[in-house]
Design a protein around this ligand. Structure first.
Ligand SMILES: CCCCC/C=C/C(=O)SCCNC(=O)CCNC(=O)[C@H](O)C(C)(C)COP(=O)(O)OP(=O)(O)OC[C@H]1O[C@@H](n2cnc3c(N)ncnc32)[C@H](O)[C@@H]1OP(=O)(O)O
Length: 281
């Protein structure tokens, strides 16, 4: 179902399948073949930050699940207590190797396209903080359930960087133009309650109830005839995905040029320092 343009890049194989379980060092996946529901747990300690290899692993996993005829739905969650994902691994952008920086951004684009357009039904069970890239993963799913007392949002401006147009588009498609405009400018991190109120997440339940709630909602999704559900998703999302597909190379170059600026490097260095200081308090 995902358009052929999304399949140009065959990901490297680092995910291992044992029966209904798939494992890599950063992801644990199990597939319930009775229900057709897969559960993917992210486990890149300490904060599930998205580096090149982790992004490739996430994409590989989605591709493998799409090829499993019995799998219809995917629940994404975190195995790291209190953190869904801290977003992009800032160390990929700070004092980078230029070739790796290219590959990193390409991997982020490819992961996003795969997740955003997958014919699988997808639910994010957001059981921890979910800033920036973590928010992108969440809003790329079909449905979001969040536990209380965490934060979610596109906070890039707080780091002195700018979310690319496809982050902005995914956010706009979720909460609308004006809310996105405010959120991006202020680097707004929403509390769980605010996120529910703005429609950034669809449901709030306690951490203890989140997996049960995700399974319950997913059963609703997988009951719908597969092709019709997947085509309706494509109808809603293809235009947004195509915007990136047709500009992937220039988007990589823009990102690399942006990151390599002295000012941006200074901002990232400062932000990393603050993170460490906050920890030592
Ligand atoms: C130019 C184009 C723009 C590209 C778009 C960018 C998208 C992004 O995703 S940028 C990344 C944005 N992410 C953040 O701002 C999150 C920063 N992290 C946090 O706010 C917190 O770490 C937390 C709320 C996620 C978790 O807090 P806590 O449980 O208290 O853990 P620590 O803060 O002590 O963190 C542990 C450890 O991890 C390091 N770290 C945290 N986030 C990142 C990250 N995104 N990348 C790399 N490293 C990260 C943190 O510095 C600590 O390291 P150590 O001190 O070495 O243990």
């Amino acid at each position: 179902m995902a358009s052929s343009i999304l399949r140009r890049f065959i990901p490297r194989k680092t995910t291992w399948m044992y029966g209904q379980r798939m494992m890599s060092s950063t992801i644990d996946v199990s597939v319930d073949e009775q229900t057709g529901i897969a559960l993917m747990k992210m486990k890149r300690k300490p904060v599930n930050s998205l580096n090149l290899e982790f992004l490739q692993d996430i994409r590989n996993t989605i591709v493998t699940l799409e090829q499993n005829k019995k799998c219809k739905g995917l629940i994404l969650t975190s195995d790291v207590p209190k953190i869904f994902s801290a977003g992009i691994d800032i160390l990929e952008m700070y004092q980078p190797n230029e070739e790796r920086l290219h590959n990193f951004w390409r991997a982020l684009q490819d992961m996003w396209l795969q997740l955003y357009m997958t014919p699988l039904a997808t639910i994010a069970a957001i059981n921890g903080h979910s800033p920036a890239g973590g928010c992108l993963i969440s809003i790329s799913c079909d449905y979001r359930i969040m536990a209380p007392n965490y934060t979610i949002g596109l906070n890039e401006t707080l780091l002195g960087i700018v979310a690319p147009f496809w982050f902005k588009d995914a956010m706009c498609n979720t909460v609308g133009y004006r809310e996105t405009e405010i959120a991006l400018a202020l680097g707004k991190l929403y509390s769980t309650d605010e996120a529910l109120q703005k429609g950034l997440v669809d449901e709030v339940v306690t951490s203890e109830q989140i997996m049960e709630a995700a399974q319950r909602k997913m059963l609703e999704y997988v009951k719908i005839p597969n092709m019709a559900r997947a085509m309706s998703k494509q109808l809603m999302r293809q235009e947004t995905a195509d915007k990136l597909c047709s500009t992937q190379d220039s988007d990589v170059q823009n990102f690399v040029n942006f990151c390599l600026q002295d000012k941006v490097q200074q901002s990232l260095g400062f932000y990393l320092e603050q993170l460490k200081k906050r920890k030592s308090k």
